[in-house]
Design a protein around this ligand. Structure first.
Ligand code: PGA
Length: 253
């Protein structure tokens, strides 16, 4: 795969491409390049619509190759109250969209496990996931919410948070209602890696496509470094690649 060579500049490297398909090609190439260089790497994966073009490319190119067999995958977040087998859970979603098809063993796909067994204690679920993440993943893929959230870190989240329980905002629940039979079925709480957890990754790869993300992208990259835009915390990280289509880059100066 063609891949960009992200520079370590101390400032986000911003790549603007024509459309979501082109953004997907860069994201897929960055992921597969990371794994080619380090086949036992720790990959932070995101769910949501934005990564899907990249995931489809990875599946098309890597199914049956065994290239990802030794990768450890870590999800950003998970709903509280959904079993891992619930198709709307992020654990089930990432398996069906990506990891099963590219041969990451299910036991190597890690996520917060809130609400079951020992993890009926949500604080224990958070502490265990934080411990599992250790000194952070090698590459963390991120989407961004219309309100600037990263994972489920909603506006107001301190930049140094670790894995924690969140009450989902109305915007986020409405945005995610498409994955559920009714809007009321969207869980009210989730467990998410904190902004401090996310920032421990060696390389952050944020992808955003579509005009609905333009204001959040501009706030993240050009607005105040402030908890009102959680994604502005990216600017504290030494190695960040931001992949945008033209529409998502539309409000940048
Ligand atoms: P999306 O979600 O990729 O479905 O737009 C991103 C996010 O809300 O973090």
């Amino acid at each position: 795969m063609e891949h960009p060579a992200p520079a370590v500049t101390g400032e986000p490297q911003v790549v603007v491409v024509d459309d979501a398909a082109a953004a997907g090609r860069i994201v897929a190439a960055t992921i597969s390049d990371t794994v080619r260089r380090a086949p036992t790497c720790r990959l932070g994966l995101a769910t949501g619509s934005t990564p899907l073009p990249a995931y489809r490319l990875l599946v098309a190119e890597l199914r049956g190759t065994g290239a990802f067999a030794r990768v450890q995958a870590f999800l950003l977040d998970e709903y509280v109250g959904l079993a891992a087998t619930d198709p709307a859970s992020y654990r089930a979603t990432i398996r069906s969209e990506l990891t099963d098809a590219i041969g990451v063993p299910p036991a190597s796909v890690h996520a917060p496990d809130p609400g079951s067994g020992r993890h009926a204690d949500l604080d224990a679920a958070c502490a265990d996931y934080e411990r599992l993440l250790g000194d952070g993943v090698d590459l963390q893929l991120l989407g961004i919410g219309r309100n600037g959230h990263l994972g489920f870190n909603e506006p107001g989240t301190p930049f140094d948070t670790t894995t924690h329980v969140v009450t989902l905002s109305d915007t986020t629940r409405a945005d995610n209602a498409r994955f559920f039979p009714t809007p009321e079925a969207v869980p009210t709480h989730a467990v998410t890696q904190g902004l401090g957890t996310i920032r421990r990754a060696r390389h952050l790869l944020l992808a955003a496509t579509g005009a609905a993300k333009a204001d959040a992208v501009a706030a993240a990259l050009e607005g105040p470094l402030d908890v009102s835009c959680p994604a502005s915390a990216l600017r504290l990280h030494p190695r960040v690649t931001v992949v945008l289509d033209r529409a998502a880059a539309g409000a940048l100066s």
